[in-house]
Ligand binder design. Structure first.
Ligand SMILES: Cc1cc2nc3c(=O)[nH]c(=O)nc-3n(C[C@H](O)[C@H](O)[C@H](O)COP(=O)(O)OP(=O)(O)OC[C@H]3O[C@@H](n4cnc5c(N)ncnc54)[C@H](O)[C@@H]3O)c2cc1C
Length: 394
């Protein structure tokens, strides 16, 4: 986006990328349908960036979700709003959009230099790259760093830039997994039976934070949309205290009294699992979770009264014992501190060097907020470079 803004303003731009081709992570995001942004109004949208909202507000307001949708349409990819309010290209793909974008950048004169791994500055302040043909240095009039976070490193963004910038005295908040899964010590029986099974229509709670949605049982724990939405709170609790309790409500629309009535009926010859499934419409994986929780308290489901069972249905405590590795997270929390940046996304300690995208210290849930902030800060950095070049030439 920075390259596009600058090229449209008449600047000569070269994009250097360590990979063999552009936009690997963007293409990976396309596998899930490419959730470009969200349709909710800005007063609801902006708080998704939490503490970083004040620093991202101007950039997102200058390039808001509607502008991103227009930009996509301008590249031939019309978008639509899904039932959740999320915005996707009608094709549900990233590749046609990326192809059209790269063609337009090419026409506007943007050059690409692939297999160029940036490794910092040399003693003369030149940018250094490792290339298949050996080291290369360049001296641009201005630089935009848009090197991403540290999740899915095989797609290019590996967080190696942290050391280069820290060596220049730039404050960087530690890179941590965001929108990630969590480890749970499932019993062997539960793990073998329910790995890969979804928990649908559940409510997840940690402390004062509750979200509704879907979660997925994995071999090593839990992941999925509702878990990602709570991942900041869960991560801080797990990293701070060594573990956290995630409460799962399987039937969040039924209160305890209604559940108790349903579960007080006669079971007859039915197995307990069949009875629970029919009386409270619980899935086998949900009943398995209840069993795990009961066993963890030294009890069994069969020993619980209808009222105790009803309580458990909507308050199943799951102990999270670790955070899934950043390599498998959808995004990265932490990054360059906003205190290091001026309002144009220029690093105050390195005049002429700008930074944008996921390498900045913000995080957001899934829902299109990640790409929206990456696009918006890229565009803002591009405008910042234009203004800086104009002022340094005058
Ligand atoms: C599986 C998955 C699905 C996702 N789905 C969505 C989604 O649907 N919606 C959404 O909003 N977000 C989604 N995201 C997140 C989104 O893709 C990222 O937030 C976004 O790509 C970040 O953009 P960026 O330009 O800051 O960094 P990146 O897209 O990571 O780009 C950084 C670039 O810098 C290059 N680079 C890194 N280090 C160097 C170096 N030293 N030298 C040279 N080049 C370097 C990399 O090769 C890469 O091309 C998804 C992420 C994943 C992993």
């Amino acid at each position: 986006m920075a390259a596009e803004v600058l090229a449209q303003g008449g600047a000569g731009v070269t994009v250097y990328d360590a990979m063999l081709s552009a936009g690997r992570k963007f293409l990976m995001a396309g596998r899930g349908g490419l959730n470009l942004t969200h349709s909710e109004p800005l007063p609801v949208f902006l708080p998704r960036y939490r503490q970083a909202m004040p620093y991202l507000r101007a950039a997102v307001e200058a390039f808001p979700p509607d502008a991103l949708r227009d930009w996509s349409a301008g590249l031939g990819q019309l978008t639509f709003v899904g039932s959740s309010g999320r915005v996707f290209p009608k094709t549900f793909k990233a590749s046609p959009l990326l192809r059209a974008w790269l063609r337009r950048l090419d026409v506007s004169g943007v050059q690409f230099a692939f297999r160029h791994r940036w490794s910092g500055w040399d003693a003369e302040g030149r940018l250094q790259f490792q290339t298949p043909d050996g080291p290369r240095v360049i001296t641009p009039s201005a630089t935009v760093l848009a090197l991403g976070g540290a999740s899915w490193p095989r797609l290019g963004s590996d967080g190696a830039w942290v050391d280069c910038l820290a060596a220049k005295g730039i404050a960087i908040s530690k890179l941590r997994p965001a929108n990630s899964g969590f480890a749970v010590a499932w019993s062997d029986v539960f793990r073998d039976r329910f790995e890969g099974q979804p928990l649908k229509g559940v409510a997840l709670t940690i402390g004062a934070h509750t979200v509704r949605g879907e979660a997925m049982i994995t071999r090593s724990g839990v992941e999925g949309g509702a878990v990602y939405a709570l991942s900041a709170e869960l991560r801080e609790a797990v990293l701070g205290l060594g573990q956290a309790t995630l409460m799962i409500a399987l039937r969040p629309d039924l209160d305890t009294a209604a559940l108790t009535t349903r579960l007080s009926g006669t079971r007859g010859k039915q197995s307990l699992a069949n009875f629970l499934r029919k009386a409270a419409q619980l899935s086998p994986v949900g009943i398995g979770l209840m069993q795990e929780a009961a066993i963890a308290c030294g009890r069994t489901l069969a020993a619980l009264s209808p009222a105790e069972l009803a309580n458990l249905v909507n308050a199943i405590p799951i102990q999270l014992t670790g955070v899934a590795p950043i390599e498998r997270a959808i995004s990265t929390a932490g990054g360059i501190s906003f205190d290091e940046l001026d309002e144009n996304f220029m690093l105050r300690k390195l005049p002429g060097v700008f930074a944008a995208g996921e390498m900045l210290d913000w995080e957001a849930p899934t829902g299109g907020y990640l790409l929206q902030a990456s696009f918006a800060t890229g565009a803002a950095a591009g405008r910042g470079v234009s203004a800086w070049l104009a002022s340094s030439q005058s």
